[in-house]
Design a protein around this ligand. Sequence first.
Ligand SMILES: Cc1cc2nc3c(=O)[nH]c(=O)nc-3n(C[C@H](O)[C@H](O)[C@H](O)COP(=O)(O)OP(=O)(O)OC[C@H]3O[C@@H](n4cnc5c(N)ncnc54)[C@H](O)[C@@H]3O)c2cc1C
Ligand SMILES: NC(=O)c1ccc[n+]([C@@H]2O[C@H](COP(=O)([O-])OP(=O)(O)OC[C@H]3O[C@@H](n4cnc5c(N)ncnc54)[C@H](O)[C@@H]3O)[C@@H](O)[C@H]2O)c1
Length: 463
Amino acid sequence: MAEVFDVVVIGGGPTGENAGARAAAAGMSVALVEHELLGGECSYWACIPSKALLRPGDALWMAKQVPGVRETLKGPLVASAVLEHRDAMVGYYKDDSQVKWAEGAKLKVVRGHGKLAGPRKVRVEAKDGSVRELEAKRAVVLATGSRPRIPDIPGLKEARPWDNREGTAARQVPQRLLVLGGGVVAVELAQAWRSLGAEVTLVERGKALLSRFESFVGEQVEHALREDGVKVVMGATVTNVSRPGGQGEVTVKLSTGEELRADALLVGMGRVPRTDELGLETVGLKPGETVQVDDQLRAKGVEGGWLYACGDVNGRNLLTHMGKYQARLVGDVIAGKKASAWADTKATPQVIFTHPQVASVGLTEAKAREKGLPVRTVQYDLGKVSGTSLLGEKLGGTAKLVVDEKRRVVLGATFTGPEVGEMLHAATIAVAGEVSLDTLWHAVPSFPTMSEVWLRLLEEYGL
Ligand SMILES: Cc1cc2nc3c(=O)[nH]c(=O)nc-3n(C[C@H](O)[C@H](O)[C@H](O)COP(=O)(O)OP(=O)(O)OC[C@H]3O[C@@H](n4cnc5c(N)ncnc54)[C@H](O)[C@@H]3O)c2cc1C
Ligand SMILES: NC(=O)c1ccc[n+]([C@@H]2O[C@H](COP(=O)([O-])OP(=O)(O)OC[C@H]3O[C@@H](n4cnc5c(N)ncnc54)[C@H](O)[C@@H]3O)[C@@H](O)[C@H]2O)c1
């Protein structure tokens, strides 16, 4: 006999937890199915541990910019203490506190691997082989996330490379680390392991790092990585990887003819949706593919409107906060409220936790022009703002606004520099709220904070 709930959520990462909690808060009975750790990739092998690994290096780098503090510094980071802090931040890879939270939110946690077994039906197989059949009266929500994409490069899989899991959970600092990719995972983890003492080489096939952002972002992060002592190889693809027995020294051949050797190899080359073992074929969808959704997060191509997908699995925006945003909307839509996701196409914020930090929201100049919008941009050197120089010597960065000339509203903003992540929400409010420049002129930033860059940007614009 099937156990009946209003809502069954498959996947207990940040997205699944939030979709379930929102539905439960609206009075519905909710089963949350999780086959590993409640809290998902983000809590144990992605956002949290990567930021725990980056923070000490960032703090040390910042301290070195502050006269009087710099002179007290005695040496490099203590790697063992950093790794211990990382372990504490991930709850020692246990999910007890998350389970307690879920129970408090009135979610029924069901342990095991969930699979669709036809419309509104979910089959859950536990580790001991026992099976539970669940039925959803109102909705099934897919929130199964993503896994790393390991490209088909000869010898790469056999070399047993690190992905984000080993890349954030390793217990020892490798002497030589080779990082493949030039996206967010690659630059953050390259800088983190370098700060812990590894000799790091990063290989990116394109001409720029972080190519989805404004071009100065990649340039400045590349410069910082090189200053840290990371060897950055651009415009080279990996043609072959060799590591006999999948352990020991790994050799990587590049299209340029160069050969690189390392003790550990880390792949940061994008993600694929976790939909291959999900029973999608039982509802007419294709296993292994992204679950396409409409703006109510309903799966396209499934009759009856009972199947939803949010977070990484729908490919709209691979970020925890955007998955959680979608999750809240899903909970509301299932509860019968009118809701529609638009921030994830128009006002997505993202912070890259390197030094310099990168913070961006909305459209880049290139994206806005691609859309045919009437674009004007303004840029200002963050180093010229008093608030920045008070944070430390020789600190700088860039602030850029992409403005819709016709409507006089901000379409996008990007900042690089120390701690700019904490400045981002003002920009997110301006973009999501379509606040006019003439109104922003009256949003006076405090002196002497870095936020005064807003005033300078508006002056540059001509206000
Ligand atoms: C190294 C790294 C750093 C990152 N840093 C950031 C950051 O700083 N900020 C940010 O916003 N984003 C960051 N991200 C992205 C972020 O981790 C993801 O966007 C986020 O985890 C997506 O959440 P989710 O709930 O959709 O999926 P996940 O977190 O992947 O959770 C999915 C859950 O579903 C479970 N599951 C899967 N299939 C089944 C099944 N069939 N049955 C039962 N359970 C199942 C999994 O075990 C998992 O617990 C980072 C990613 C990486 C790789
Ligand atoms: N701080 C954050 O917000 C944060 C941190 C980490 C990850 N994330 C998210 O997680 C997701 C995954 O990150 P990611 O860095 O893995 O993906 P990504 O898409 O950001 O970058 C992938 C990189 O791999 C390279 N690449 C892909 N295939 C390749 C190949 N065959 N050969 C050589 N290079 C190749 C690309 O050129 C690109 O530089 C992203 O959407 C990211 O936003 C966010």
